[in-house]
Write a protein that binds this ligand. Structure first.
Ligand code: SAH
Length: 280
């Protein structure tokens, strides 16, 4: 069972959107307008413990590890579900020649992502709009691939989002996503991430079932916890200290220094690849 937010809470998508509006403004305060332009809002990926990638390089590397599995080429239509401020979508468009549409529930993010697209020569190939993944405002079979980098944890209902992804995918099209899962722990299973960031964790073994129920075929699942979580959290803790970030509430702490509020050993990270069957 997915650790779902109950129906008694206010609409999750709107809350998450407001949270990302606040975090986007705070990032601009902390990092300065320039640094806050087009940053990656996701974990870094280090192929080996010896990798000397900076955090920034490692966050781009995670985009690339996912992109390799999308198998897209010039002219393909790609949907980025949960686009943040646009850095992954712009990178994908630049490196593949695909036409990328990004969606986010945060208006602040969408505005910045569109600014980023305007500042590149990619304006015709990349666009962003405010939309909820639970009800995608796109026609059936209108994309060749779907990409969701660290947005699944915020979805009120993973099954519904996967059904929507399948609907907008052409037959044979692929989905590549990442998600957090809860690792078994001897300690009481309380997950601060859930309270402070409008997120839930998946179960390690639920994706094959979720995908099948949504009419998708399971292609690949990788546990990328070791390549991502610990080093990313350590970097963010060190950055918060170095920049003396004023993290005045649990929400901001969770975003800018997650190690301080999340029990990191309980958090696992998954990369999942699926496809819509050619028929059916
Ligand atoms: N993929 C981006 C941002 C990751 S942060 C990056 O890697 O930089 C999570 C993103 O998911 C945010 O942009 C947030 O607005 C988006 N999101 C959360 N819930 C959503 C929903 N219901 N529909 C669409 N986007 C959503």
């Amino acid at each position: 069972m997915t650790d779902q937010v109950t129906a008694a809470t206010a609409p999750v998508a709107e809350e998450v959107g407001r949270m990302y509006d606040r975090m986007t403004l705070l990032a601009a305060d902390f990092l300065g307008a320039e640094a806050a332009h087009g940053y990656n809002a996701h974990l870094g990926y280090w192929d080996t413990p010896e990798s000397e990638f900076t955090f920034e390089e490692a966050t781009d590397r995670l985009t690339d590890v996912m992109a390799e599995r999308l198998r897209i080429s010039a002219g393909d239509r790609l949907l980025d579900v949960g686009c943040g401020v646009g850095a992954p979508a712009v990178r994908l468009a630049r490196r593949t020649g695909a036409a990328v549409t990004g969606i986010s529930v945060s208006q602040e993010q969408v505005a910045r992502a569109n600014e980023l697209a305007r500042s590149t020569s990619l304006l015709e190939h990349v666009s962003f709009q405010r939309a909820d993944a639970m009800r995608l405002p796109f026609a059936d079979a209108s994309f060749d691939s779907v990409f969701a980098l660290e947005s699944m944890p915020h979805m009120p209902d993973r099954a519904q989002v996967l059904r929507e992804m399948r609907r907008v995918l052409r037959p044979g099209g692929r989905i590549v996503l990442t998600d957090f899962y809860r690792r078994p722990a001897p300690a009481p299973d309380v997950h601060p991430l859930r309270r402070t960031m409008g997120s839930t964790t998946a179960q390690l073994d639920e994706y094959p079932l979720l995908l099948r129920a949504a009419g998708l075929r399971f292609t690949e699942m990788l546990d990328i916890t070791d390549e991502t979580v610990h080093r990313s959290f350590a970097f963010l803790a060190e950055q918060a200290e170095r920049m003396r970030l004023k993290l005045e509430n649990p929400e901001a702490t969770c975003y800018f220094n997650p190690q301080a509020v999340i029990d990191a050993p309980l958090l696992g990270y998954l990369l999942v690849v699926a496809r819509r069957p050619e028929r059916g």
